[in-house]
Design a protein around this ligand. Structure first.
Ligand code: SF4
Length: 167
C-alpha cells in the first residue's frame, strides 16, 4: 500500500497512521548571526519556542515569548527561532534538543511549535503552554488587525508574566 492510499474505512493511512511525512529541502544558505546567537545562548537552561503565527493568538504567543526571554527572564531563557530550528539541524535545533526545560507557547489547539519540533527531534516532549488560555479576550477575534497593537502587547505581557512565575 503506498503512502497516499486509503484503508477500508476511508481514513488516510500515510506512512504511519496519524502522521504526515514531509520532504524538506536542506538549506543551501547559512545565517552566521543565527549560529552565533545559538552559540552564545547554549548555556541557558530554558528554551522557549512559540507558534510565531500570523493570527491574533499567534501574535500574543510570539509577543509573550519575546517578553519572557528578552525582558522578564533573559538570564535563564533563550528564545528559539522556530523556523530556523525546524528547517535546519544546526544551532537553533541543538538549543531545543539540549535544553533542561523546553517550553512551547502555543496560540491554538494546532500546537504547531511543539508538533513541528517533535517531527525533527525524536521523542521531544516540550511543556505546552496555551497563550490563548492564559489571557482574556474576545475569542471570536482572529486577525491581528482586529485588535489595537497596544492591547495585543498587554495580552502578551500577561502570558509572559504567568510563565515567568513558573521559572
Ligand atoms: S497555528 Fe493557530 S495560533 Fe498559530 S497562527 Fe495558526 S491559527 Fe493562529
Amino acid at each position: 500500500m503506498n503512502q497516499s492510499s486509503c484503508c477500508e474505512n476511508g481514513a488516510k493511512t500515510g506512512a504511519e497512521a496519524g502522521y504526515e511525512v514531509v520532504r524538506m529541502e536542506k538549506p543551501k544558505g547559512n545565517c552566521s548571526l543565527c549560529e552565533d546567537y545559538a552559540e552564545r545562548k547554549k548555556s541557558k537552561p530554558v528554551a522557549v519556542m512559540s507558534c510565531d503565527g500570523a493570527c491574533l493568538r499567534g501574535d500574543i504567543s510570539r509577543q509573550a515569548a519575546n517578553m519572557l526571554c528578552h525582558k522578564l527572564a533573559p538570564e535563564s531563557t533563550v528564545r528559539i527561532c522556530l523556523g530556523g530550528a525546524f528547517t535546519k539541524d544546526t544551532g537553533q535545533r541543538n538549543l531545543v534538543r539540549t535544553a533542561s526545560r523546553l517550553i512551547a507557547i502555543e496560540g491554538c489547539p494546532v500546537n504547531c511549535a511543539s508538533r513541528m519540533m517533535a517531527g525533527v527531534i525524536e521523542g521531544l516532549t516540550p511543556e505546552i503552554v496555551r497563550a490563548d488560555m492564559l489571557c482574556s479576550f474576545d475569542k471570536k477575534l482572529f486577525g491581528i488587525d482586529e485588535m489595537p497593537p497596544e492591547e495585543i502587547q498587554v495580552l502578551g505581557r500577561t502570558v509572559a508574566e504567568k510563565i515567568a512565575a513558573t521559572l
